[in-house]
Design a protein around this ligand. Structure first.
Ligand code: SAH
Length: 257
């Protein structure tokens, strides 16, 4: 290697898990220990505070593509760069943003980033952490739907919920609503009310695996739109989902299958 050939760096796109440090994988922990820089949304960067060896690059959650480009640029200089997501980086998170940036790269960027070794490392996603705390609500076929209409039209979200309900999938809703998008969960509830029976079980898991975790299970006709916020993952049971003691589960089969 000579002065004109930069050392090849690495961009590790890692999932920190839902919150509890015990739910972070050993692989991610080791990658953090070996890294030089970390990029991510402010609250995820905060989870690394105290790790003195890292250069921290926090940014707003509206700047995902710029963040991905900046991380690739730094890795191209030979640094060991982390791109942080909560949960799993492939679930409504930064892994796709990195590949989107690569997909539309200019020839100059393609050349600059050619030496960067890119690795995606999984984490425990919110719906799986929530399902485990509740029991086994995702024990049969299920899907997950991002209720944010930042990146897709509301009509697409509504159609997916309706068809998933008709197909009797259990569902996990991410990003149910926020102050800038208060309508998401309200719209989803309207569709569920049209497609599901009033007793359908709806589970709210907020801040799962964190000290202020809350879990709530209600029949559909008792649910109101205010029950979910940005820190909540909502799990909608299928028609068979039921409670046993303190737990919620979905049987693995239909009767007479
Ligand atoms: N990549 C993340 C999801 C990012 S989208 C993952 O795999 O978990 C952000 C949404 O995830 C939030 O609006 C919320 O719906 C959900 N979420 C993330 N962490 C959570 C937690 N600890 N408890 C409940 N929901 C969580």
């Amino acid at each position: 290697m000579n002065a004109s050939t930069p050392a090849s760096g690495r961009l590790s796109v890692v999932g920190l898990g839902p919150g509890d440090a015990a739910l972070m994988t050993e692989q991610v922990r080791a990658t953090i220990a070996a890294a030089s820089d970390a990029f991510g949304y402010f609250p995820y960067i905060e989870r690394l505070q105290g790790l003195g060896h890292l250069q921290l690059h926090a940014s707003d959650n509206r700047e995902e593509l710029d963040r991905a480009r900046a991380a690739l640029d730094l890795a191209a200089l030979g640094r060991q760069v982390l791109m942080l997501s909560s949960g799993d980086p492939g679930v409504f998170a930064m892994a796709s943003a990195v590949f989107e940036v690569l997909d539309v790269a200019t020839p100059e960027q393609v050349q600059r980033w050619a030496t960067v070794d890119i690795a995606v490392q999984p984490g425990i996603t919110a719906m799986l952490a929530a399902a485990a705390r509740l029991g086994a609500p995702l024990g049969h076929d299920f899907c997950c739907i991002n209720l944010s209409d930042n990146l897709k039209p509301a009509a697409v979200i509504e159609k997916r919920i309706r068809l998933a309900a008709q197909a009797d999938f259990a569902m996990a809703f991410y990003n149910p609503c926020s102050t800038s998008r208060p309508e998401g969960f309200r719209r989803a509830l309207r569709v569920l009310a049209e497609e599901c029976e009033p007793g359908r079980l709806i589970c709210f898991a907020r801040n799962v695996s964190r000290p202020d975790e809350t879990l709530q299970v209600l029949p559909l006709d008792a649910v109101t739109p205010e029950m979910a916020d940005m820190r909540t993952v909502v799990i909608v049971g299928n028609s068979m989902t039921r409670q046993v003691g303190q737990h919620v589960y979905t049987p693995r089969s239909y009767p007479h299958a």
